[in-house]
Design a protein around this ligand. Structure first.
Ligand SMILES: Nc1ncnc2c1ncn2[C@@H]1O[C@H](COP(=O)(O)OP(=O)(O)OP(=O)(O)O)[C@@H](O)[C@H]1O
Ligand SMILES: CC(C)(CO)[C@@H](O)C(=O)NCCC(=O)O
Ligand SMILES: [K+]
Length: 308
């Protein structure tokens, strides 16, 4: 554990995923509220205050820079947005990253130009009520861990976290915070692109995806009985049914869990599925951001680059 840094003027939260980089800015006024809720910085934060501050924070929309693998010019485009944004502020950049380390290095470089510092979340075996049982703890994705941390602070009981992005990840925590285990499956777009399709077909599938997103709710045909009469529709419905069948298997595990278990869904891929499960759930688009703040306040982030 490290000494907690002084409270910054503003907090920039960064979720560097496999495909995209997501930012959320907690402005000065909200940081002050958070600080007050956390006492002198040593006490545990009032969890609800953290949640509300994150939910209310403006700016999710200001930069959702697309990251393309092996395309650092796009990384740079994202980072230049940060650079403009962070100039002359005493800011702290909290990062969750499962992206290549070059991404974090770029973030750090631009943050330091603006007199800011970067702290990286790292998976901890036992922290904030959550206990990991992964064999090699360093191999667990920090985004999954932060999602579990945030979910447990919200629910304070058994919970299943489903994160829909490049991958669909599933993690179950028991009521005592012990990680029972998880699943990693390809996300919707990942499954689509894993088929070796001609480029013309790829764009046809994209068009179908857009049409279906709107037509879905109106259609009288059960989603798990839909068939295609074109290559694009066959592919789209194939991947859709595979994804939904996978999710349904998770949801029935939650439904019949004993003792009962709550369901928290996160990730930008969920709304795109336009899918209503039969179990009760809550959708929180930015669970990773909540987890980041909890982890920082509790001293579970580390300066980047690490001090020698
Ligand atoms: N029509 C669709 N139906 C279902 N899912 C879709 C559809 N279109 C896009 N998606 C999913 O939405 C995801 C976008 O969500 P999100 O922004 O959380 O993920 P990401 O940023 O791509 O992933 P990561 O966090 O790993 O970088 C895409 O990866 C894709 O899997
Ligand atoms: C599974 C992803 C890609 C989801 O973003 C990420 O959490 C990750 O890279 N995880 C490492 C593998 C693991 O969690 O065991
Ligand atoms: K993600």
């Amino acid at each position: 554990m490290i000494d907690q840094p002084a409270w910054p003027t503003q907090l920039l939260l960064v979720d560097a995923g496999n495909t995209r980089l997501k930012f959320k800015l907690i402005r000065e006024r909200a940081v002050k509220e958070l600080r007050a809720a956390c006492g002198n910085g040593e006490a545990a934060p009032r969890k609800q205050q953290v949640i509300e501050t994150i939910l209310e924070a403006e700016s999710v929309s200001f930069a959702n820079a697309e990251l393309a693998e092996a395309d650092s010019s796009r990384h740079l485009a994202a980072v230049s947005v940060l650079r403009d944004f962070l100039a002359d502020q005493r800011h702290l950049v909290l990062v969750s990253s499962v992206a290549p380390s070059a991404v974090v290095t770029l973030l750090q470089r631009s943050a330091s130009e603006g007199n800011g510092v970067v702290e990286l979340a790292r998976v901890k075996q036992d922290a904030m009520g959550v206990s990991m049982r992964y064999g090699a703890i360093g191999t667990l994705g920090v985004d999954r861990w932060l999602g579990m941390v945030a979910a447990f602070q919200r629910v304070e009981g058994a919970v299943c976290v489903v994160d829909c992005g490049t991958a669909i990840t599933v993690d179950f925590l028991a009521a005592d915070g012990v990680h029972e285990g998880g699943l990693i499956a390809p996300g919707f777009s990942t499954s689509l692109s894993s088929l070796n399709m001609a480029d013309s077909l790829k764009s046809a599938v994209r068009v179908v995806a857009l049409e279906e997103a709107g037509a879905d709710l109106k259609s009288s045909v059960n989603r798990q009985e839909r068939l295609g009469l074109s290559s694009a529709k066959c592919i789209f419905h194939g991947v859709d049914r595979m994804t939904v069948a996978f999710l349904d298997s998770i949801f029935s595990q939650v439904e019949f869990a004993k003792p009962p278990c709550q369901l928290l869904i996160t990730g930008g891929g969920w709304p795109a599925l336009a899918y209503a499960p039969l179990v009760n759930y809550r959708y929180v688009q930015e669970l990773v951001f909540e987890g980041l703040v909890h982890a920082w306040v509790a001293g579970h982030t580390e300066p980047f680059p690490q001090k020698p």
